[in-house]
Design a protein around this ligand. Sequence first.
Ligand code: BG6
Length: 470
Amino acid sequence: MTVFPKDFLWGGAIAANQAEGAWNMDGKGTAITDVTEHGIAKNQHDKKVEPGKVYPSHEAIDFYHRYAEDLEYMAEMGFNCFRTSIAWTRIFPTGEEETPNEKGLEFYDKLFDKMLELGMEPIVTISHYETPLNLYTKYNGWESRELIPLFEKYCRVIFDRYKDKVKYWMTFNEMNNVHTIPYASAAMDLTGERSNQLRQVYQATHNMYVANALANKIAKDMMPNAHMGIMISLSQAAGYPATPKPEDVFGTLQFQRRTFISADVQIKGKYPNYVKRIWEENDVRLDITDEDLKLIAAYPSSYIAFSYYRSSVFEDGMKIYGDTGGVVGKENPYLEVSDWGWPIDPLGLRWMCNVMQDRYDCPLMIVENGLGDKDTISEDGKIHDEARAKYLTDHVKAIGEAIKDGCNIIGYTYWGPIDIVSAGTGEMKKRYGFIYVDKDNEGKGTLNRMKKDSFDTYKEIIENNGENVF
Ligand code: BG6
C-alpha cells in the first residue's frame, strides 16, 4: 500500500507580485505591493510610486519574461501542478475599468498553456496581496462593499477566459491574516480605536466572504467542473498553549478561532456562534444583509488550501503580533528556528491537517510550506542547502503521516521553488528556492538561475511519489 494517492498533486507555488516584475508593462496598473519597499509585514507603504526608490516587485525575478525557462526547471523536478496568482492589475489596471486589458489576459494564456504543455495543472490564486492600489486609495480596500462587484467582474473575465485551462482556483490568499497584515490581505489601513479596528477587520472579511460566495456562484454556472477553494494561513492557527494553565489553553482556542472563522463561514456556510459574543463585547456593528447570509450559505467553497510554515506559543494576555509566517509568540524551547527565527515544526503540520480534517471533512491542499534561509555559494560553485532539503523531507513525511491518520490531502505545492521576493520583508536574500536566482537585496545581479542541492531532493521525492521519505 502506498501512502500518497497516485494522482497526488506535487508542485510549487509563487505569487505574481513576488515573481513577475514587469510591474507597469503591457498596460498593467499599480498594485498595493508595488508601493511597498520593505515588504508587507509592518503594514508600511507609500501612497504612490516614489521616484528613485527601489521597489522589489518592480523587477522581482522577471518571471514575466522568463516563465518558460523557469517552468522547464519545475518540469525537470517532476511537477504535475504549479500554483501562481493572476495579478488583478494586469487584467483591470485600476480595478474599475469597464473592459479588461487584453495584453494582461494574453500573458496568462501563454503561462497556463506552457504549464499544460509541461504536464502541470495550473492552480490559481485570484487575489494574492495584489489588489489594485486605486481600490485602496479610493475605498480603503475591502472595508468597502464597493469591491464586491469589482471582484465579481474580475472573476467573470478570468473564469470565461481560462475555464478550459484552470480547474483549481482559490479566491483570497491567507484571508485570515487581515487581523495582522490588513494592508496586504484586505488592501486597507486600520484606523481609530480598537473597536473600530475590529469593526474594520470583521467588515472587510465579511465583504470578502460575500465576494467568495459570489465567485463560487458564477463558477458553478461558468465552469461546473472547477474546484473552488479558500486559502488560509494555518501558521496563524498552530498555537500551543504556553502552559497547562486553563487561561492559556482557553486563550489558545480563542486565538485559533481567528483563523477557523474563515473556514467556518466559507466551508460550513454560516457564521459560528462564538463570533457574536466578540462583536457584542467590542461594540462591533457590521453591515451584513440577509441576502449576504443566504449567498454564503448557498455557495460554500469545496476545499481548503492552506499555508503552513511554523507553529507558535500562546500565552494568555499576550499581545498578538503577526507577520507572513503567522504569529510571533513566546519561544518554544523544543524547536529549532530558521535564519529568520521561524520555528521548524513538521509535527505541527500533521496536527493542523488532522484538526482541519476533523472540523471540516473536506479535501485539503497544502499550498505553501518552505524554508526561507540564507544561501551561500560554496567554493565548488554550488549551493549545499541541507537545511532546506531536511525541512522539505520532514514536512512531506508529516503530510504522509497525516494521510495515514485519515486526512484527505490532495496536493502539496512547496512555497517559492525558485527564489522570489520575500513578501514579509521585501528581501531577496530570504530564499526558499530549489533554484537560485542571482539577485541581491539592493536589486543587483544577473538574474541567472542555478540549481541548488535541494532540487534533487524534491525531484527524488516526486519520482517516488513521496514513499522515500519514510
Ligand atoms: C505567506 C504568503 O504568508 O508567506 C507568501 O502567502 C509569502 O506571499 C510567504 O511569501 C512567506 O513569507 P515571506 O515573508 O518569507 O515571503
